[in-house]
Design a binder for this molecule. Structure first.
Ligand code: GAR
Length: 205
């Protein structure tokens, strides 16, 4: 295997997906290739970003699935069809079941917009994370890329990067700074590290 097949799971704007696409173009990601983008939301702008980059897309609308099991089965079907080696959660706003995370142990990574173990776990997603950081009054926050297991935001940490909180920050301003200074840098780096590892392990099999 020369490159690992990357599937990116998204729900929204997809700026982290864009960072991955750009990193593949610039050669930061060289051990993997983004072969599929799956969105839980049919209106996600991330889908347009994928299409613009010529990447295959699939929509598995959470609202249209009767159960979580049905939702995850459909995602797994799409992943298996694309022969996925690594799953990147990039602004994917759904918590995956233990059944799902066990099936892809050490093969799912997630970017979270805080320094785990602060401001993480169930209910901490998107802007809420930055509201919580500002509400607490911390002076430093950041982003974390970690493996995904059955505990929300509880898997092994791969990379972290700190970002200063400045006087007068709003959740929106802070979110943008954390993305620019941390998420868009460490997500592609971590993705490359895990892809390189997958290739190495496959060649030793
Ligand atoms: C990002 O800040 C990401 O870290 C966060 O949602 C945003 C998605 O933006 N994810 C979570 O909070 C997951 N717990 P994007 O769609 O532009 O990448």
């Amino acid at each position: 295997m020369k490159t690992a097949n990357i599937a990116v799971l998204v729900s929204g704007g997809g700026t982290n997906l864009q960072a991955l696409i750009d990193a593949q173009k610039s050669g930061i990601i060289k051990s993997g290739k983004i072969s599929l983008v799956v969105s839980s939301n049919p209106g996600a702008y991330a889908l347009t970003r994928a299409q613009n980059a010529g990447i295959a897309t699939a929509v598995v609308s959470k609202k249209e699935c009767a159960t979580k099991e049905d939702f995850e089965t459909k995602i797994i079907d799409a992943l298996e069809n694309a022969k996925t080696d690594i799953i990147v959660l990039a602004g994917f706003m759904c918590i995956l079941s233990e059944n799902f995370t066990k099936k892809y142990a050490d093969r799912i990574i997630n970017v979270h917009p805080s320094l785990i173990p602060s401001f993480c776990g169930e209910g901490f997603y998107g802007l809420h994370v930055h509201e919580a950081a500002l509400g607490y009054g911390v002076k430093v926050t950041g982003a974390t890329v970690h493996f995904v297991n059955e505990i929300p935001d509880g898997g092994k940490i791969i990379l972290q990067k700190a970002v200063d909180i400045l006087e007068g920050d709003t959740p929106e301003v802070l979110q943008k700074r954390v993305m620019e200074q941390a998420e868009w840098i460490i997500l592609p780096k971590a993705c490359e590290l895990v892809c390189a590892d997958i290739i190495k392990n496959k060649s030793e099999e």
